[in-house]
Design a protein around this ligand. Structure first.
Ligand SMILES: *[C@@H]1O[C@H](CO)[C@@H](O)[C@H](O)[C@H]1NC(C)=O
Ligand SMILES: *[C@@H]1O[C@H](CO)[C@@H](O)[C@H](O)[C@H]1NC(C)=O
Ligand SMILES: *[C@@H]1O[C@H](CO)[C@@H](O)[C@H](O)[C@H]1NC(C)=O
Ligand SMILES: *[C@@H]1O[C@H](CO)[C@@H](O)[C@H](O)[C@H]1NC(C)=O
Ligand SMILES: *[C@@H]1O[C@H](CO)[C@@H](O)[C@H](O)[C@H]1NC(C)=O
Ligand SMILES: *[C@@H]1O[C@H](CO)[C@@H](O)[C@H](O)[C@H]1NC(C)=O
Ligand SMILES: *[C@@H]1O[C@H](CO)[C@@H](O)[C@H](O)[C@H]1NC(C)=O
Ligand SMILES: *[C@@H]1O[C@H](CO)[C@@H](O)[C@H](O)[C@H]1NC(C)=O
Length: 487
């Protein structure tokens, strides 16, 4: 059920779609204005104009490029920092955006982006309120000279459903940000992915006739993806009804997310809230996610994630993984989730790995978490398999140093409140629990914890009591083995 784009496959699609967008954007510029592409990224780096070496300005199809000192077109503009910054405001309306929810405003957004990208200082791209901008699948490319502020006060929507999606555009992504170093995206506006027609495709789970699931390519776009970017802040926005994942980061560094509201129906398939893959130093604070899949999911190559004050649910909870699919390597470390609430979810805090992978997950802390009617509040699943035919394999992503502290609330009695199913070949080690108190949400019968090959200790008594953690370290695990073996 939890569908995660497999990176290499995705990458091919990315290149392909980069190419298709490029040919559309090309028509807005003279070819001579383009700088030489970098050799191995030639397809990608042509998408929009990187700032250097200062290319000649392409002629503008719309007359009114914003003059310096032009007043802010909307009272809602927030000028960040000193007053000279407010000079560099690039209102998409000045580039011909219509904002009627019908006209494709992607070309206007691209031009505003490209101009803002050339400014030496802070540059604000303004998406004004009281307008709805329809944007086709687009890639916004850096690096930019400026520190960008993407100020979203209005609503941004994609074409409505798969039938309206241009045939020659990738169906896997909608708004893509590529190689951006330093961008603040904020505002009181909304990114509305209009996912409903995608969720109802007959290839989605149980959406075929009489509740069947039909085969077929079922690609649906992620609303926002950030690639190879750094120093990004996303703040205050509402993102809703994505056809698939809402926000995804790949190979990014230094991400700060604050006060986002992400919302999709609980039965919308694969609408993960925030997915972080191969990225470091990620902070997710004060965010609310209601959706139909993982609230936050963390993929391979991700380190130093701090999640605080997140409210999830209904959702599938916060998940590290799935990792190690197709015998792949996964290294994840230093992940903290604190001061959060998880409600009416299939899982609470989860680590899931496929058999046959390698690498490790280490230094994970889940603390001060309230669970409200959660089906698997605490779960490690090293036997993750989304089909019936997974064989037992002898390698596994090694899990160690996991702290569960002050996790309280209720569990849905269909599953045990703690479920630690570790690998036979590389058992989990150093799992600690303190102040874990989980009560049945229905009835009075307490369920037992489940453990398999899980080593660790209780720092305080738990409710229900956990007798099944194994003491010490497993014989099969040599000291200093594991954690740094592959990572
Ligand atoms: C995609 O289709 C649009 C509209 O039919 C067309 O203008 C554009 O050139 C096409 N792009 C590619 C890469 O085929
Ligand atoms: C990110 O920001 C930090 C601190 O402001 C700065 O030192 C670093 O160079 C920035 N990274 C990039 C890639 O711009
Ligand atoms: C759906 O169910 C109806 C009534 O049971 C049946 O007549 C019809 O053939 C079924 N359609 C499919 C595609 O299974
Ligand atoms: C992971 O990110 C690093 C840059 O941070 C990049 O060099 C590497 O290619 C990425 N790996 C994958 C599998 O995307
Ligand atoms: C937690 O996040 C919510 C939702 O954004 C916010 O209203 C609340 O003030 C935050 N709490 C703290 C202590 O920051
Ligand atoms: C762990 O991550 C936090 C940020 O969440 C960072 O401040 C800390 O330095 C990291 N620890 C290590 C050992 O990298
Ligand atoms: C796989 O391993 C598990 C745990 O040891 C065992 O319960 C199960 O029967 C095995 N399955 C197969 C197909 O060997
Ligand atoms: C167990 O994990 C904790 C938390 O990450 C760590 O501080 C401690 O050193 C680990 N203990 C061992 C024996 O590795």
């Amino acid at each position: 059920m939890d569908f995660k784009v497999f990176l290499p496959v995705f990458y091919v699609f990315f290149l392909f779609s980069a190419y298709s967008v490029d040919s559309r954007i090309l028509s807005n510029y003279s070819k001579e204005a383009r700088p030489k592409p970098e050799p191995h990224l030639s397809l990608i780096s042509q998408i929009s104009l990187p700032p250097s070496p200062a290319p000649a300005r392409a002629p503008e199809p719309f007359a009114s490029a914003p003059a310096p000192n032009s007043p802010a077109p909307s009272p809602s503009v927030v000028s960040s920092g000193d007053s000279s910054d407010s000079a560099h405001i690039f209102n998409v309306l000045s580039y011909g955006a219509v904002g009627d929810g019908v006209t494709d405003d992607a070309p206007a957004f691209k031009m505003a982006w490209d101009d803002a990208c050339h400014v030496d200082d802070t540059a604000t791209i303004l998406v004004p309120n009281r307008y709805t901008f329809l944007i086709q699948s687009s890639i916004f490319t850096g690096p930019c000279k400026s520190n960008l502020v993407f100020q979203i006060e209005g609503t941004i929507i994609p074409p409505d459903g798969p039938d309206s999606w241009p045939k020659n555009f990738s169906k896997r992504q909608w708004l893509v940000f590529y190689r951006i170093n330093g961008m603040l995206m904020q505002g009181g506006g909304m990114i509305d992915g209009r996912g409903e027609k995608w969720w109802n495709l007959p290839c989605k789970p149980h959406k075929g006739q009489n509740g069947t699931t039909l085969p077929g390519p079922c690609d649906s776009p992620t609303a926002m993806r950030f690639f190879w970017s750094s120093n990004l802040t996303l703040q205050g926005l509402r993102v809703r009804n994505s056809p698939q994942m809402h926000i995804r980061f790949d190979s990014c560094h230094n991400i700060y997310i604050d006060s986002l509201h992400i919302k999709a129906p609980s039965l919308s398939p694969n609408t993960d809230g925030i997915h972080v893959e191969n990225s470091t130093d990620v902070k997710i604070y004060n965010t609310v996610v209601y959706n139909g899949d993982d609230c936050v999911s963390i993929g391979a190559g991700t380190h130093n994630v701090d999640i605080k004050n997140i409210t999830c649910g209904p959702s599938h909870g916060i998940s590290i993984g799935s990792l190690g699919m197709h015998n792949s390597k996964a290294c994840v470390s230093n992940i903290t989730v604190t001061d959060s609430v998880i409600r009416h979810s299939d899982n609470g805090v989860r680590i899931k790995t496929w058999q046959g992978g390698f690498g490790s997950v280490s230094k994970v802390t889940f603390s001060n978490i309230v669970m409200d009617t959660v089906r698997n509040p605490i779960i490690i699943d090293q036997y993750y398999c989304d089909t019936k035919g997974c064989k037992n394999q002898t390698s596994a992503v090694y899990i160690s140093d996991v702290i569960y502290a002050n996790i309280k609330g209720t569990y849905d009695v269909r599953s045990p409140p703690m479920h630690l199913a570790c690998s036979d070949s590389s058992p989990c080690t150093n799992i600690t629990m303190s102040e874990v108190e989980l009560y049945p949400a229905q009835g009075v019968k307490f369920l037992d914890a489940f453990c398999w090959k899980a080593y660790g200790a209780l720092k305080t008594l738990t409710i229900p009591p956990v007798y099944c953690l194994l003491e010490g370290i497993p014989d099969s695990l040599a000291p200093n083995d594991g954690v740094n073996q592959y990572c």
